[in-house]
Design a protein around this ligand. Structure first.
Ligand code: ZN
Length: 257
């Protein structure tokens, strides 16, 4: 029997299903002649491809390529009368090896590229999910602020008088409730407390006492004492523990309406 003249690339491509129809027919015709070397090589290539296919779990080949591969891998070998065994070009080990390598490279390049795309795609999806989470949290926060502002008809901004403290107060004029957010107001010294005052044209009425935390922050909900006179301002002063009847200490924050 003459040495087989089929080129290695043709056989590999035949197995991968990437041959042109005319070439595919030629290879099929050749295989139908019962070339034992080609049958042996095909069997080896199928093994190699199957191993590679199963050893790349992350990769998700394109459906067309996958079905081609699976069809080739699971295809029943053509049953032909066995010719006499001969040592041929195809059985030399270096040819086998280069065939294996060629097949591996073909498959790995394809699957590897797809695995990379898949990985990048997953990364992108994860990044987008993070961004969406952050935006959702921001929207929630803003909606919360807006809703608290819409029930509180007025936002009162308090300015620091002695130090760079700051404060905001949401004033619900219907309920006459106040929610103070105080920032950067250092904790009161021992024996002292901060006191909120509601100021009318004629007097300052205590709203209550509070302390700030170590960061100088406090959230103080208060109900303003019911008065006939309208409230024209608010102030926060430092007073003796328990609070004062009338403001005596230094005023740290104030606002006028
Ligand atoms: Zn052959």
């Amino acid at each position: 029997m003459l040495p087989c003249k089929l080129e290695s690339e043709s056989l590999t491509e035949y197995l991968l299903g990437t041959l042109e129809d005319s070439d595919k027919q030629l290879v099929a015709q050749h295989l139908a002649t019962g070339c034992e070397t080609c049958q042996t090589t095909l069997a080896q290539l199928r093994e190699t491809l199957a191993l590679i296919a199963y050893s790349v779990p992350l990769a998700s080949p394109a459906p067309a390529l996958k079905s081609q591969l699976m069809a080739q891998i699971t295809a029943k070998p053509v049953i032909v009368p066995l010719p006499l065994p001969t040592v041929s070009f195809w059985q030399k080990s270096w040819v086998k090896n280069s065939l294996r390598i060629a097949a591996s490279l073909l498959v790995l390049t394809g699957l590897g590229t797809q695995a990379t795309y898949l990985w990048k795609y997953r990364q992108l999806v994860n990044q987008q999910a993070e961004v969406i989470d952050k935006l959702t949290a921001q929207v929630d926060q803003k909606e919360h602020i807006i809703s608290s502002m819409s029930t509180s008809r007025k936002l009162v901004v308090l300015e620091g008088n002695l130090i760079k403290a700051s404060g905001r107060a949401f004033w619900d004029t219907d309920q006459n409730t106040w929610l103070f957010h105080i920032e950067k107001l250092p904790p009161a010294p021992k024996g002292k407390t901060y006191q909120v005052w509601f100021i009318t044209e004629t007097e300052a009425v205590s709203g209550g006492v509070f302390q700030t935390d170590a960061r100088g922050s406090a959230k103080v909900p208060l109900k303003a004492p019911i008065k006939n006179e309208p409230i024209v301002g608010t102030a926060i002063s430092l007073e003796p523990e328990g609070g004062s009847q009338k403001p005596q200490g230094a005023v740290y924050l104030s606002a006028s309406m």
